[in-house]
Design a protein around this ligand. Sequence first.
Ligand code: ARG
Length: 460
Amino acid sequence: MSSKVWGGRFTTSPNQLVEEMNASICFDQALLDEDIEGSLAHVAMLARCEIIEEGEAQTLTEGLKTVHEKVASGEATLRAQYEDIHMNVEMLLHEEIGKLAGKLHTARSRNDQVATDMHLYLKKKVQNISSLLNDVQTVLCEKAESHIDTIVPGYTHLQRAQPISFAHHLLAYFWMFQRDAGRLEDSLKRIDVSPLGAGAIAGTTFPIDRAFTADLLGFKEVYPNSMDAVSDRDFIVEFLSNASILMMHISRLSEEMIIWSSQEFNFVEFDDAFCTGSSMMPQKKNPDMPELLRGKTGRVYGHLMGLLTTLKGLPLTYNKDMQEDKEGMFDTVETLEKSLAILAPMLETMVVKKEQMYESVKQDYSNATDLADYLVTKGMAFRQAHEVTGKIVLSAIQQKKNLLDLSLEEYQSFSTFIDSDLYEALRPEQVVSARGSIGGTAPNQVKKQLNHAKSLLKSN
Ligand code: ARG
């Protein structure tokens, strides 16, 4: 005879290692709130559909609430022996109200129960992550607002390409995060569906009301197919996939911030609160936080690949492999919540070294395109202008001069199209404000872009 809830058809208890391997309570206790919420709705439905009596429902409800409080406060202990959060709650309920606890699981299986818990959990978490993401976007807008006229080298191949407004650079990340926000919001359509009432696989013989529980739990709809309801984990894969793309964006931004904060670039400085020192080199101030945000991206990708791989060979419907869907999901939620909560103040307090940025722009050849464009406006074909400009740049490099340092005579020795108005066209401010096409870096365009971005922010 076994001590398990399901022990009826067993003659011996499980092996100790089996018990350890089987138990998920060490991590699925994170579903306590959702498990109680789901059970309360289930009990209300059982009474409403006259499957249990009103008085029984009241006792069960009170008991569940007490169990909730006791577990949350640490008064009641969760035990690996009872496998998971679902059975722990039921066992504790039994300790609380006795035999009647056995009625809680009428017309329900752990298969629809666990799926319900996870839908409830992820819905809450995706909403929270969306709001944290909105905070980061808000900071990006604020930072951009004060740096519309800050000019910084823009890069391709990490080689200086064209000068740009720093606000324009920051707003590029706003739009990446905006797509992430859209993906998270869209995924709610598939998270906001109730599996409760699907039973173990095929539904139940009891006259339950699935719409009622869905409504009580705040779900928009119910799964139309009980087999799909208990075996669908797409919504978690989708979350991990959205999280991976979001982390990839966070990681790219972090990488840039790390480069900018290096002494070689010296474009920004992080507040001490986001850095650490070296145990050996007293002068060091290391950008550990952006490094960790970049580093943690790896584990999120890993969770996505892990779950896809777990699911790929599973026949319908529930298989115990699916218990592996949780740790990666919890860890991803925690990683994202922490990363976003750190990113917002880190960006906010990041000192932008305007003068250093401008010095860099002045010392490069990133106005060469403008020299070529100048020649074109004077009537030269672009290909020829490109060639002539290349020769001028080469000559300037050989003389260790910048384009603005070459004399008019030198310029005219390359092309008679050139006149003294060239110097204005090559000034960094002019170079930036000349790019006034839609989505370009000219301050007037950046202002429009910023207004558009701000109109999309949600007031949390
Ligand atoms: N702890 C299990 C899980 O997370 C709950 C569902 C168990 N169902 C079952 N039929 N064994 O997947």
